[in-house]
Design a protein around this ligand. Structure first.
Ligand code: SF4
Length: 330
């Protein structure tokens, strides 16, 4: 197995927000990320999948340095991402890049594509010929050189996202966080952007954390898949194992509702699982297992004790009382 370049241990991010109750407004704690542990191996794609509000984008923003964690530690190539003085070394800023969901808001509309690409180049590669580097980046993402003179509003959504990817590559990163990079795009261009990302990963030895709410997208992309629910990972395993042998009731529920195109794929789907209740409010997560309001397999213990994350087979972990208490991860 290749080396782990990223180690996340017991990561928590809690926000205190004003909540309007029945009679008055009062501060409440939202546990957006609540005790997450995982590793990322060099060269792999970890698909982090979850519904809106599950905490997956909060993890992306923490890794990108936009939020400080409430608790936990993150090491990248052995270096602590959050030093005491709060400043991230320039080396880590170069190595870790993020591509956001909305390519329109991530490019400056008043600047040409060349000027947008020049910003990270001037910071991280002041000694290089900026024009030559800009042309290299456009070539890397298969955009004609003429695009350097265009403004973002002259590009399609897919082209803007490709420019955003080129800009992320300007620092020669080894790890990229892809935060729903195709969900704002037309279906017709999603495949083009995904193919580009896969080629770049192969050509440049990139490691990806691919965040999405679209589980079916992960089937052909992810080396491993992790499912998030209300701030916690409930199941993580290799991609092939994940789709052929899902174990957690929430994963089975999600996979059973994915549309498929062939009878062979239909046979691989878990039996249809109907959720029994509502998603709890993030400011009022129930005690015990947070999935207990919807789980068709819930037991008495699920309302009292939050299950541990346990290894149920080799490199296949799940957080559920159905699997008892065996070896904990991390
Ligand atoms: Fe369902 Fe209980 Fe497992 Fe939670 S711990 S997923 S409620 S069976």
């Amino acid at each position: 197995m290749s080396e782990a370049i990223l180690e996340v241990r017991d990561l928590k991010k809690h926000f205190v927000v004003d909540h309007i109750g029945t009679f008055r407004r009062q501060p409440v704690t939202v546990r957006a990320v609540d005790g997450i542990s995982f590793d990322l191996q060099a060269g792999e794609t970890l698909g982090l999948v979850g519904e809106s509000g599950s905490g997956k984008s909060t993890i992306a923003y923490i890794l990108a340095g936009m939020y400080r964690p409430t608790q936990g530690r993150i090491h990248f190539r052995g270096l602590d991402l959050f030093s005491e003085n709060g400043k991230r070394p320039l080396f880590l800023k170069k190595e870790i890049q993020i591509v956001f969901q909305d390519p329109g808001s991530s490019l400056n509309p008043r600047r040409t594509i060349a000027q947008n690409l020049a910003v990270p180049l001037q910071i991280h590669k002041p000694d290089k010929n900026i024009m030559r580097e800009t042309l290299r980046l456009l070539e890397l993402v298969d955009l004609p050189a003429i695009y350097m003179y265009k403004y973002p509003n002259m590009l399609s959504g897919g082209e803007k996202q490709i420019v955003a990817i080129a800009r992320a590559l300007a620092t020669d990163p080894s790890f990229m966080i892809l935060d729903e990079p195709t969900s704002a795009l037309d279906v017709s261009v999603q495949g083009k952007v995904i193919n580009l990302l896969m080629r770049l990963q192969s050509d440049l030895d990139l490691t990806y954390l691919f965040i999405t709410h679209d589980l079916s997208l992960m089937r052909n992309i992810a080396t491993r898949v992790a499912i998030m629910y209300l701030g916690k990972i409930c199941e993580i395993s290799k991609g092939s194992e994940f789709f052929q042998n899902p174990q957690h009731p929430y994963t089975q529920m999600l996979l059973s509702s994915i549309p498929v195109v062939s009878k062979d794929e239909e046979k691989l789907k878990p039996a249809k699982m109907i959720p029994t209740g509502e998603i709890p409010s993030p400011v009022n997560i129930p005690p015990g297992c947070s999935f207990n309001t919807r789980c068709p397999k819930k037991m008495d213990v699920c309302f009292e004790i939050d299950p541990d994350f346990v290894e149920i087979s080799r490199q296949h972990f799940a957080r559920c009382h159905l699997f008892g208490q065996t070896q904990k991860q991390g």
